[in-house]
Write a protein that binds this ligand. Sequence first.
Ligand SMILES: NC(=O)c1ccc[n+]([C@@H]2O[C@H](COP(=O)([O-])OP(=O)(O)OC[C@H]3O[C@@H](n4cnc5c(N)ncnc54)[C@H](OP(=O)(O)O)[C@@H]3O)[C@@H](O)[C@H]2O)c1
Length: 244
Amino acid sequence: MAGSNDKVVLITGASSGIGEATARLLAANGARVVMGARRTERLQAIAKDIESAGGSTRFRALDVVDRADVEAFAAFAEAEFGTVDVLVNNAGVMPLSPLSALKVDEWNWMIDVNIRGVLNGIAAVLPRMEARGRGHIVNVSSIGGFVVQPTAAVYSATKFAVRAISEGLRKESDKIRCTCIYPGVVESELADTISDPVARERMRSYRKTAIPPDAIGRAIQYAIEQPDDVDVNEIVVRPLATQV
Ligand SMILES: NC(=O)c1ccc[n+]([C@@H]2O[C@H](COP(=O)([O-])OP(=O)(O)OC[C@H]3O[C@@H](n4cnc5c(N)ncnc54)[C@H](OP(=O)(O)O)[C@@H]3O)[C@@H](O)[C@H]2O)c1
């Protein structure tokens, strides 16, 4: 199986942006892709495209905040394809705002999806992977996991957390591979969750220079297709013309 392309890859947040592009790319290269997100009509359309192109995929409604739902997602993948080789913990939200705006519900939403969602994913697949003595968890952090911009204190905190969780997982296991991906600005629907006018305006110029989401899909594919004893731990992918 070293470097094989037919792995069973679970992707959270596969209904748009990076998750969608990664699902399409991996499926086109032979992976059996299991997609999860809340917008199932989107997943259905993506699955139809993948299957028409000869790819192999399944999808299921998924809310990463709900631990039982994430467990059911992993069980679904196992029932459909017999195993879970890779989990891509990609689902995330980014309702940016200055701390002084006290958008506490949005802070909690980011903590729930971006941190608890990642932990729920790990909790769902880790016992399965440990039982088999192999597996790969890919977490999607952000450049925000290294640098903090105004309006991004809480978002960055969640992405620092994803970085810490990834590093901890890496050090705790010599059987499960762990990759943390740090994208710079990527074309997606991520900024649509911003309700604060100050942050929205700031992001308009910040997000002007962006790369397509399949740039991140290729980084994820690179990590997955390495031989089993090669653990690609961190990949940073920025647009060329960026100073952040
Ligand atoms: N785009 C960038 O510039 C950039 C940069 C650095 C890092 N990232 C990270 O990349 C990841 C993907 O974001 P994106 O840029 O591709 O944005 P996106 O287009 O908004 O995609 C986010 C995905 O997350 C899913 N999602 C949100 N809440 C969810 C929940 N509770 N349960 C399950 N799925 C949920 C969404 O699906 P549903 O709404 O259908 O559930 C969607 O598929 C995020 O972790 C983000 O922080 C993005």
